[in-house]
Design a protein around this ligand. Structure first.
Ligand SMILES: Cc1cc2nc3c(=O)[nH]c(=O)nc-3n(C[C@H](O)[C@H](O)[C@H](O)COP(=O)(O)OP(=O)(O)OC[C@H]3O[C@@H](n4cnc5c(N)ncnc54)[C@H](O)[C@@H]3O)c2cc1C
Length: 405
C-alpha cells in the first residue's frame, strides 16, 4: 500500500477555505477601487494582519508544511481575490525569502519579523535587485557596496528599479556588487534597517496592471549600514570572494538567483489565482448569456474554449504543486522544475484571461466587468521574477547541461 495521495489534508483544506473567505469577502469587493486609485491598499493589508493572514507567523507556519503545498494553496486563493492586493499582502515575502535564503539563523530571527511588523504596527519588506540597466541580467548590477573598516560599516550607492514596496517598506534587502569584476559571484545581500539615512523613493511607476501593488525606484545615496547587516556575515563573503577570484567561480549560486529560484512556485501560484478567477467568471457568464436563442456555452467554440482553459489551469497547478513539493523536500530542480511552474502558470494566466475577455465579448472589454483587469494583471507573471524567456533559458540549460547563451 502506498501513502501517495493528491488529496489535500484537513489542515490544507481548512487553510484554503479560510483564505478563500477573506479573498471573497474582503479582497474581491475592494479590487476595482484600489486598481482605479493605484495606491497601496493599507486598510486591506491591515485587515489581513488583524486576522493573522499578513505576518511572519503565518508564513513560518505554512512554510513548515512538509508537503510544501500550504503556501502555494494560500497564495492561489489570495490572488484569486485580486492580484494587486494579493501582492501587497505577499510582497514582503520576497524580502523575507532574501533574508532566509542568505542570512545566518540570528539574522533571520532579527530581520524577518520586521518585514511584517505586528497587527498593531504593520511593516513591509522590499527585495531590491533590479536596476535600470540590469533586470534579466542580474550579474551586471551597478549598485556598489564598499566596506569601511574603520567604522565596520557597509556603504551602499546606486539606484534600484521596479521595486515592489520600494521606498514605503521598513526593511529593504539590497543586492549589491562588492567586487564588480566577479559579476554575479561578487555580489552580496544587505539589510537596510528602518529609517536608515540616504535611502529614498525615486519615481513611483504607473502600471498596466497590479496597480494596487506599489512599485518604485529606490535610490541609495551613501547609505551606511552596520557590518551585521551583511547577510551571511563577512567571513563567509570573504571566503566566497577568495574562491571566486581563484577559480572564476565560487561554486555557489548568486544571492539574488537563489532567492528567485525558491520563490518561483509561489509566483506560479499567484498566476493560477488570476487564471482561475477569469475561468470561473467566464464559465458562469457563458451559461447565462443568451445569443441566437440559447446560452453561448451551447456553441462548441465557447464550450471547448472553457474546456481548454480548465485543462491548462489544472496542468499548470500540477507543475506548481510539484515544484513546491520539491522545494520543501530539498529536491534539486534538475530540469528547472521551479522555472517550468512559473513559466507555464504565467503564460496560462495571460492566455486564459484573454479567452475570458473573448467569452464576455464587448462587456469583457469594458471596466464594468473584472475580466479586463484580470487580463492586465496576468501580464506581470510573464515578466517579473524572471521573464518567460529567462525561465526557458534556465530550463534549456538544465535539460541540456549546456551553457546556452
Ligand atoms: C510590477 C513589477 C514589480 C517588480 N518587482 C521587483 C522587485 O520587487 N524586486 C526586484 O528586484 N525586481 C522587481 N521587478 C523587476 C523585474 O524582475 C524585471 O523587470 C524583470 O526581471 C525583467 O528585467 P527588465 O525589465 O530589465 O527586462 P530586460 O532584461 O531588459 O528584458 C527585455 C526583454 O528581453 C528579453 N531577454 C533579456 N535577456 C534575454 C536572454 N538572454 N535571452 C532571451 N531573452 C532575453 C526578456 O525576456 C524581455 O522580453 C519588478 C518588475 C515589475 C514590472
Amino acid at each position: 500500500m502506498s501513502d501517495y495521495s493528491l488529496d489535500l489534508n484537513e489542515d490544507q483544506q481548512t487553510l484554503v477555505d479560510w483564505v478563500h473567505t477573506f479573498a471573497a469577502d474582503v479582497i474581491r469587493p475592494a479590487a476595482e477601487e484600489w486598481d482605479e486609485r493605484e495606491e497601496f491598499p493599507w486598510p486591506i493589508v491591515q485587515e489581513a494582519a488583524n486576522i493573522g493572514l499578513y505576518g511572519w507567523e503565518f508564513m513560518a507556519a505554512n512554510l513548515g508544511d512538509p508537503t510544501g503545498l500550504s503556501i502555494v494553496l494560500a497564495i492561489e486563493e489570495l490572488f484569486w481575490g485580486d492580484a494587486g492586493i494579493g501582492l501587497s499582502i505577499f510582497g514582503s515575502g520576497l524580502a523575507a525569502a532574501g533574508i532566509s535564503g542568505n542570512g545566518t539563523p540570528e539574522q533571520v530571527m532579527e530581520w524577518v519579523p520586521q518585514c511584517y511588523g505586528t497587527a498593531d504596527k504593520v511593516q513591509l519588506g522590499a527585495f531590491c535587485v533590479s536596476e535600470p540597466d540590469a533586470g534579466s541580467d542580474v550579474s551586471s548590477l551597478r549598485t556598489r557596496a564598499v566596506y569601511d573598516e574603520k567604522t565596520d560599516e557597509w556603504v551602499l550607492n546606486g539606484t534600484k528599479a521596479w521595486i515592489t514596496n520600494g521606498g514605503i517598506a521598513d526593511i529593504h534587502v539590497v543586492v549589491a556588487a562588492v567586487d564588480p569584476e566577479l559579476k554575479g559571484r561578487g555580489q552580496a545581500s544587505f539589510v537596510v534597517p528602518p529609517g536608515t539615512k540616504g535611502l529614498s523613493m525615486g519615481q513611483k511607476y504607473k502600471k498596466h496592471g497590479i496597480k494596487a501593488s506599489h512599485t518604485s525606484e529606490v535610490v541609495l545615496d551613501d547609505v551606511r549600514v552596520p557590518g551585521r547587516c551583511l547577510l551571511g556575515g563577512k567571513e563567509k563573503l570573504d571566503e566566497k570572494l577568495a574562491r571566486a577570484r581563484e577559480s572564476g567561480s565560487s561554486g555557489q549560486k548568486q544571492p539574488a538567483m537563489a532567492t528567485f529560484e525558491a520563490t518561483r512556485p509561489a509566483v506560479g501560484a499567484q498566476a493560477l489565482g488570476v487564471a482561475r478567477a477569469a475561468y470561473e467568471y467566464s464559465l458562469e457568464y457563458a451559461k447565462e448569456r443568451q445569443a441566437f436563442g440559447r446560452p453561448i456555452i451551447m456553441n462548441q467554440s465557447i464550450a471547448f474554449k472553457l474546456a481548454d482553459m480548465k485543462t491548462e489551469i489544472d496542468a499548470a497547478r500540477l507543475l506548481v504543486h510539484r515544484a513546491a513539493w520539491m522545494a520543501a523536500n530539498r529536491k534539486e530542480f534538475k530540469a528547472g522544475e521551479g522555472s517550468m511552474s512559473k513559466l507555464k502558470a504565467g503564460e496560462v494566466a495571460v492566455w486564459v484571461t484573454e479567452q475570458a475577455i473573448q467569452i464576455l465579448g464587448g462587456y469583457g472589454y469594458t471596466r464594468e466587468y473584472p475580466v479586463e483587469r484580470w487580463h492586465r494583471d496576468a501580464k506581470i507573471f510573464t515578466i517579473f521574477e524572471g521573464t518567460s524567456e529567462i525561465q526557458r533559458l534556465v530550463i534549456s540549460r538544465n535539460i541540456s547541461g549546456l551553457r546556452i547563451p
